[in-house]
Design a protein around this ligand. Structure first.
Ligand code: ADP
Ligand code: MG
Length: 549
């Protein structure tokens, strides 16, 4: 049989452990939340595997998490009968950084290092560092584990000081037992009342019984199956932390039960801060799909559109077949029904909030507006509804402006919704193209998200008013009744001298430009570049060029 092997932690883990062990972190109790959360994930994963391989849970179908305390030996044990780990799983997961949130935590530490020479260790509580948080309270951590369906068991052990070992061990059943050898200064966690309180606080929402001896400490029913009014804000927060692997508070909670051709429950959260992977090219979703309380998958692209990928939480339906593969699920027409229902529900809730709490809505929009606007391109049928919740900065109004605000302020004779797009918000706000519009008091939307250029290609109008870039085509400002400017009266006198100036510029620039024209769009600056009506917008042209298109 194999002998004991010793490994070094991946460099990043070593660093993390130094921080964890050295921190006199006031919120150390979260180690239990993290370990119970892992045990619950392990049960969820096995329950899914058992759908197609029932033999994996033969003889033991009651998933549970047992905590035991030994004051004499000074140990806390967390035991589950979940999926367990084999030798390679252990090597892969407990020694490297599996968890993306932890990597993100280290990244913020790096940034902190550069900025002010010291790291913000308090963020540890915000991110949670998963399994490694056990070392906040332990001198040594032993993990005895056996993977469901396999015979060998393994002992993983470490004092958190750079190395860990793996060796063969004994375990009668599948699952994982984590034993913490409690540090001298952490004896408080060996008291039952304290453990009871911690579980109630952080793990009440866990869907499997968490037991201390015979006593079940948590509610042990899936939180989304409870009545909405029975769930407290704290319970939502803790469940959100667990399900989203996030550590901010939910900005909004959408919990409801839909009965119909396809019935389902959704418990969805909109985060109050941007998740770190929001703009990664995969554009992955993170809402978990359950079928009749059984966890199926997390990144079903069929469940929600990618432009709602900031959502977290759970959708549970009894009407999907359990036996379906994750791949086939994506094309299931019932899932498509759920997707349509969810999308509309979320849009409705967001719109309500936008109207009732515009201040709070600004937070949402600055976090996720750029993502929502992708929907204008991808979901043609919902375009009008998405436009209603879009907000913009503009040359008028402070804060965020809606299209309804804009249209309500349009001048007599104004046909179009004017906008200017560019990468740098400050730069476009001072663009010479704006001068004529400002002088006449005509509002212009200032668009500085990269996605703006692209949706403008697809969306032609809002309530019958076309969008018009002020860097393209003739700006027909004469037709609009604005505040009369002094320049306008002077203009006729200058006409003759301008004609000869234009002729001279045309000759000088030759084929470099398509045309040179006089314009009323400028009041301060002598010249500006514009694109012709049928041509590409100046900024879009620049953007595409940079991307080699
Ligand atoms: P995360 O839970 O975010 O993945 P953790 O640091 O908490 O990160 O855990 C790392 C990994 O270790 C898990 O993803 C899982 O693969 C494995 N793991 C931890 N605890 C258990 C357990 N009780 N049973 C099975 N696997 C576990
Ligand atoms: Mg975890």
């Amino acid at each position: 049989t194999a002998a004991k092997e010793t490994y070094s932690f991946q460099t990043e883990v070593g660093r993390l452990l130094d921080i964890v062990a050295g921190s006199l972190y006031s919120n150390r109790e979260i180690f239990l939340r993290e370990l119970v959360s892992n045990a619950s994930d392990a049960c969820d994963r096995l329950r899914y595997l058992a759908i197609t391989a029932p033999s994996l849970v033969e003889g033991d179908q009651q998933f549970r998490i047992d905590i035991s305390l030994d004051a004499k030996a000074k140990t806390i044990t967390i035991r589950d009968n979940g999926v367990g780990m084999n030798h390679d799983d252990l090597l892969e997961t407990l020694g490297t950084i599996a968890r993306s949130g932890t990597a993100a935590y280290l990244e913020t530490l790096d940034k902190g290092d550069k900025k002010n020479g010291k790291s913000d260790l308090s963020l540890i509580g915000q991110f949670g560092v998963g399994f490694y948080s056990a070392f906040m309270v332990s001198d040594r951590v032993d993990v005895v584990t056996r993977k469901a369906g396999e015979q060998e068991a393994w002992l993983w052990s470490s004092d958190g000081k750079g190395e860990f070992s793996i060796e063969p061990a004994e375990r009668d059943e599948r699952g994982t037992t984590v034993t913490l050898h409690i540090k001298k200064d952490a004896k408080e966690f060996l008291e039952e009342t304290r453990i009871r309180h911690i579980i109630k606080t952080y793990s009440d929402h866990i869907g499997f019984p968490v037991k201390l001896g015979d006593e079940t400490l948590n509610e042990a029913s899936a939180i989304w199956t409870r009545q909405p009014k029975e769930i407290t804000e704290e319970q939502h927060r803790e469940f959100y932390h667990h399900i989203a692997h996030a550590f901010d508070d939910p900005w909004m909670t959408i919990h409801n039960r839909v009965e119909g051709v396809v019935s389902y429950i959704n418990l969805l959260y909109i985060p109050s801060t941007q998740p770190f992977d929001l703009f990664e090219p995969e554009r992955k979703g993170h809402v978990k799909l359950y079928v009749n309380r059984v966890f199926i998958t997390e990144d079903t692209s069929g469940l929600l559109p990618t432009w709602l990928r900031f959502l977290r939480g759970v959708v549970d339906s009894e009407d999907l077949t359990l036996n379906i593969s994750r791949e086939m699920l994506q094309t299931d027409p019932k899932l498509a029904k759920i997707r349509t229902g969810l999308t509309k529900k979320v849009l409705t809730e967001i719109k309500k909030k936008a109207e009732k709490k515009p201040d709070e809505y600004e937070t949402f929009w600055s976090n996720f507006g750029a993502v929502v606007k992708e929907g204008l391109i991808e979901d043609a049928t919902l375009r009008d509804r998405i436009l209603e919740i879009c907000r913009f900065t503009s040359t008028q109004g402070s804060g965020q402006v809606s299209l309804a605000d804009y249209v309500g302020r349009m001048k007599e004779g104004q046909e179009a919704i004017y906008y200017i797009a560019g990468e740098d918000a400050a730069k476009i706000a001072h663009s010479p193209h704006l001068e004529g519009f400002k002088a006449k008091g005509i509002e212009v939307l200032l668009l500085s998200d990269p996605v703006d250029e692209f949706w403008m290609q697809h969306v032609t109008e809002y309530e019958g008013k076309p969008f018009k870039s002020i860097t393209r085509g003739a700006a027909d400002l004469d037709a609009i009744k604005g505040e009369e400017t002094a320049d306008e009266k002077k203009e006729d006198d200058d006409a003759a001298s301008i004609d000869s100036l234009i002729a001279a510029i045309r000759q000088e620039l030759g084929a470099e430009v398509k045309d040179v024209r006089s314009s009323k769009r400028l009041t301060e600056s002598p010249v500006c570049l514009i694109a012709d009506e049928g041509d590409m917008d100046v900024n879009l042209e620049r953007l595409l060029k940079r991307h080699g298109r």
